[in-house]
Design a binder for this molecule. Structure first.
Ligand SMILES: Cc1cc2nc3c(=O)[nH]c(=O)nc-3n(C[C@H](O)[C@H](O)[C@H](O)COP(=O)(O)OP(=O)(O)OC[C@H]3O[C@@H](n4cnc5c(N)ncnc54)[C@H](O)[C@@H]3O)c2cc1C
Length: 509
């Protein structure tokens, strides 16, 4: 698994070797912070000194300029250092893409070197008590007062709350209903720790992310200058969306380095654990589970770097980023469960680094857009993709006496557009697709004619009880099918009959 991918450039290959070595050298120290439940400040400073926080930052702003691929490489490795991976991820995500894409030159000069240096950590603040998956429903408000903005409200579940110095937040700048409908009511801002009225409210005790502070923050009439506004007023949703693919990908990649450590642990352990006078690695059930874990580790890694390449090539891989986020976290949960099962009781103890992956995976399935939300994105975008929505028609083929997928013109094409012929088209479709309705465009593709001409005929046929119309929410004809009476009127009963060759005539009636 420790292989490089052939499409990585020399710098990416070099950082991979470098960060791997760094992690190997610091694993023990990370374990100590985990056991003491201490925020690993000295380790975070070491990461900052190595320049890793600048993985995705352009060189002109003090970064390493290694793109999404380089950021994934670093996240995957630092993920092995417990809290460090999450802190790295969120600090980089708290403004990097947003400032790069929407910041002015002055803002880039102001923030990007800070992100790259890692000397001050960053936090990303979207979630609120009443805005979770529905991220647009923010209540935190920002009101303009001269050259300043006044912030009021609360954010919650913020990773790095307290230990961070920079908070990239989304606030409501309008209550206009029409604007809200177009997601034009949100604006994004950078808020620094220390501003009067900005305070930490609570630190959450969580199932995982053991030594990463996660909490609520409070803005009580917090004043910030207009220079801290990133992007235009009302464009906060675009700012949020622009960074999401990168965020989901990096949030996914942070799990994949752990998979390697778990596999390592499983081989080590099962070659030394003896039951029924055999080492447990000899049991087929154990081997099968390890094979499944290795498969998932490899698939998730490959998919993450595929997605990173798409981003580095200038794409907006919405679907791939959601898939990467979903599979990496689901796989992490499954790998955690299987690893514990293989290790038996020892796997349930904190003495072995296996139970942690299960606890973190559960967080992964909720944080940065739940698995359900990722599936919603995958479905909605794919439902619009031309490649998944090519014309596909089954047509009756007399030679084989069956419906087959065909590009041939319909037998009805060229006929007069009359009630009788349109009913024939719709009834014939029953013979081909008995359980399906036709769209008005399907009918038009079969017989021709204009849309409004056909619409009128559909309504006339409906009034006579010969077809059923399924209307959309706006009342437009969406789908049509023949009624029993319509089928009878269009063709004789025999037209719809079909029997396989082996079926006895004597048994037909
Ligand atoms: C450890 C941790 C760290 C976090 N870090 C940060 C951070 O740094 N910054 C930040 O802003 N936020 C952070 N979050 C918040 C996180 O992004 C949200 O928890 C997440 O988006 C889900 O919101 P919610 O918890 O309010 O759940 P809800 O949105 O209330 O969802 C509850 C359930 O309903 C389902 N659901 C909701 N809407 C739909 C829908 N339309 N269709 C189908 N199912 C749906 C969800 O999938 C889920 O199963 C963090 C959360 C955790 C637990």
């Amino acid at each position: 698994m420790s292989e490089e991918f052939f499409w990585w450039n020399d710098e990416q290959k070099a950082i991979y070797k470098d960060v791997r070595q760094f992690v190997e050298d610091n694993l023990e120290e990370a374990e100590e912070y985990f056991w003491n439940t201490k925020f690993p400040w000295p380790l975070v400073k070491k990461v900052a000194k190595k320049g890793y926080f600048g993985a995705g930052v352009p060189k002109e702003y003090g970064g390493l300029e290694l793109g999404a691929t380089g950021s994934c490489i670093v996240a995957a490795q630092l993920g092995r250092l417990y809290a460090v991976g999450h802190v790295f991820t969120v600090s980089m995500l708290a403004g990097l893409e947003q400032v790069l894409r929407f910041g002015t030159d002055e803002q880039k000069e102001m923030w990007l070197p800070k992100i790259a240096s890692g000397e001050e950590l960053g936090a990303l603040c979207i979630t609120e008590p009443f805005a979770g998956s529905d991220a647009a429903n923010v209540f935190t408000s920002a009101v303009k007062d001269g050259d300043e903005w006044i912030l009021n409200g609360k954010k919650r579940f913020i990773t790095g709350a307290g230990v961070s110095d920079r908070y990239f937040i989304y606030a409501k700048t309008s209550d206009d209903k029409a604007l809200r409908k177009q997601y034009g009511h949100i604006t994004s801002f950078m808020v620094e720790k220390g501003r009067p009225g900005f305070s930490l409210e609570k630190i959450n005790p969580l199932i995982g992310f053991d030594n990463v502070p996660n909490g609520y923050i409070d803005f009580d009439h917090v004043r910030i200058p207009d220079i801290n506004r990133i992007g235009a007023v009302g464009k906060g949703w675009n700012v949020m969306m622009a960074g999401l693919n990168f965020e989901r990908l990096i949030g996914a990649a942070v799990f994949s380095g752990l998979f390697e450590d778990v596999i390592n642990l499983l081989f080590h352990f099962t070659k030394r654990r003896v039951q029924f006078r055999k080492t447990t690695n000899q049991f087929p059930g154990v081997q099968e589970k390890i094979a499944e874990i290795i498969t998932k580790a490899k698939v998730s890694r490959l998919f993450s770097y595929h997605c990173a390449k798409l981003i580095d090539d200038g794409g907006e891989p919405m679907v791939e980023a959601s898939i990467a986020k979903m599979i990496n976290t689901e796989y992490a949960r499954d790998i955690g469960l299987k690893a514990i099962q293989i290790l038996g009781g020892d796997g349930l103890t904190k003495f072995l680094p296996a139970e942690r992956i299960l606890r973190e995976a559960k967080i992964g399935e909720i944080v940065a857009g739940t698995t359900e939300v990722q599936k919603m994105i995958i479905y909605r975008f794919c439902a619009m993709l031309p490649s998944y929505n090519k014309p596909m028609r089954l047509r009756w083929n007399d030679e084989v006496n069956a419906p087959i997928i065909s590009r041939k013109e319909s037998q009805f094409m060229g006929m007069d557009i009359t009630e009788e012929n349109v009913l024939k088209v719709i009834s014939h479709d029953y013979k081909v697709n008995p359980g399906l309705y036709m769209t008005p465009d399907d009918v038009r593709e079969d017989i021709g004619g204009g849309r409004s001409e056909l619409r009128k005929i559909f309504e006339q046929l409906e009034q006579q009880g010969l077809i059923v119309i399924h209307r959309d929410r706006s009342g437009k004809t969406a789908l049509v099918k023949a009624t029993y009476e319509g089928l009878q009127k269009a063709f004789p009963k025999e037209y719809y009959q079909w029997f396989p060759a082996w079926y006895e005539n004597a048994d037909k009636f």
